[in-house]
Design a protein around this ligand. Structure first.
Ligand SMILES: Cc1cc2nc3c(=O)[nH]c(=O)nc-3n(C[C@H](O)[C@H](O)[C@H](O)COP(=O)(O)O)c2cc1C
Length: 337
């Protein structure tokens, strides 16, 4: 008898190059998030050594109750992307053995390099392939570890959306997260939340709604249109780090004070100072900080100027000087880390 799994109400989206392990730590500390997913691990025909999984999910190295969870206790799923059934199954088994709280399969990535090798969104053209992949992975992962899938509404169009979602369910997906756009629609608004309702009505497993929720008002509308009870925030949680906390409060019938700009500044400064000594090359930390700052002006107009100044820089020292100016001096900035 397969185990039944319930998704958390609020998920932090996997975002390659943006939501790295440190971002997961910081955002789950802010609160509201009940579930995380790693950036995708691209699988070809190899079974990766343990160090690869540890790099994508340092949560796997935590001890005891926190095994596979962020330090705030939030479960992290390892996301795999690829099309080789056996290799995906072998990597999934390995990640599960190392303590992954679940395995998520990526059927949404629009990147050309990935699609050219039959990974990500291009698989949405072949529902039987989706079934085969999920089924192979499900059979190779212990029963108490959920296998889930993340899809878009289609590749060129939405004609296979329901068939694809049903194939994922039949293959054994415990739930299906749906980014409510096709591959062709890329990231262009709107997201088609009405399609989430159609998929929800066609499946017996839960649908996690994803796409284009930037504010609590967007979430309310997505909930009303889709009828979903589970949500995933991507860019919205970067642009507004306490959006999940605000939504979680509203789900409980409460309200919380939105995060002040000063707190956001502390958060991104902490991100930068903590990541700097831990990345292979310092400019990685600079470029990831830029990714974060790029989104913030949507919520915090004050971030516009900060981003404009940081985006011109490549060297960490210059970025630190800018952050320190915004924080009111270099002492203030070093106190944060
Ligand atoms: C920079 C970037 C990287 C992404 N990387 C991944 C990924 O690794 N795996 C995945 O399933 N989706 C990935 N996505 C898609 C997001 O998880 C999400 O589905 C999409 O951004 C729509 O949600 P949003 O409007 O809340 O951002 C990525 C999106 C962006 C913008």
């Amino acid at each position: 008898m397969p185990a039944s799994f319930t998704p958390a109400a609020i998920h932090l989206a996997p975002m390659e190059g943006v939501v790295d392990p440190l971002t997961r730590e910081l955002l789950t500390e802010v609160g509201g998030i009940g579930q995380c997913v790693t950036e995708f691990v691209r699988v070809t025909d190899l079974t990766y050594p343990r160090k690869v999984f540890k790099r994508f999910a340092p949560e796997l190295e935590h001890d005891g109750e926190l095994k596979g969870k962020t330090l705030s206790g939030i479960p992290t799923f390892v996301q795999l992307l690829g099309s080789d059934h056996e290799a995906l199954a072998a990597n999934a088994r390995k990640a599960a053995k190392m303590g992954a709280q679940g395995i998520d399969l990526n059927f949404g990535c629009p990147a050309k390099t990935v699609n050219r090798h039959n990974g990500g969104a291009c698989l949405l053209q072949w529902p039987e392939e989706l079934y085969g992949i999920v089924n192979a992975v499900r059979k190779n992962v212990p029963e108490d570890v959920p296998v889930t899938a993340k899809m878009r509404l289609g590749y060129h169009d939405k004609s296979l959306a329901i068939e694809n979602a049903q194939a994922l369910e039949s293959g054994g997906a415990a739930w299906v997260t749906v980014h409510a756009r096709t591959k062709l629609e890329a990231y262009r608004p709107p997201a088609h939340w009405e399609w989430l309702a159609r998929l929800r009505e066609s499946l017996n497993v839960p649908v996690v709604a994803n796409g284009e929720m930037w504010t609590v008002a967007d979430w309310r509308e997505c909930k009303a249109v889709s009828g979903c009870d589970h949500f995933m925030f991507g860019r919205g949680a970067i642009a507004c780090p306490d959006l999940p906390r605000q939504v979680a409060a509203e789900m409980r019938g409460e309200t919380v004070e939105p995060m002040a700009w000063e707190e956001v500044l502390d958060l991104v400064s902490r991100y930068f100072l903590t990541s700097l000594p831990n990345v292979a090359k310092p400019h990685y930390a600079v470029s990831r900080l830029k990714q974060w700052l790029r989104q913030l002006p949507r919520t915090y107009p004050q971030a516009e100027q900060l981003f404009a100044e940081v985006r011109k820089e490549r060297e960490p020292e210059q970025v630190l000087t800018i952050l320190a100016q915004y924080k009111g001096g270099s002492e203030a900035i070093y106190k944060i880390a």
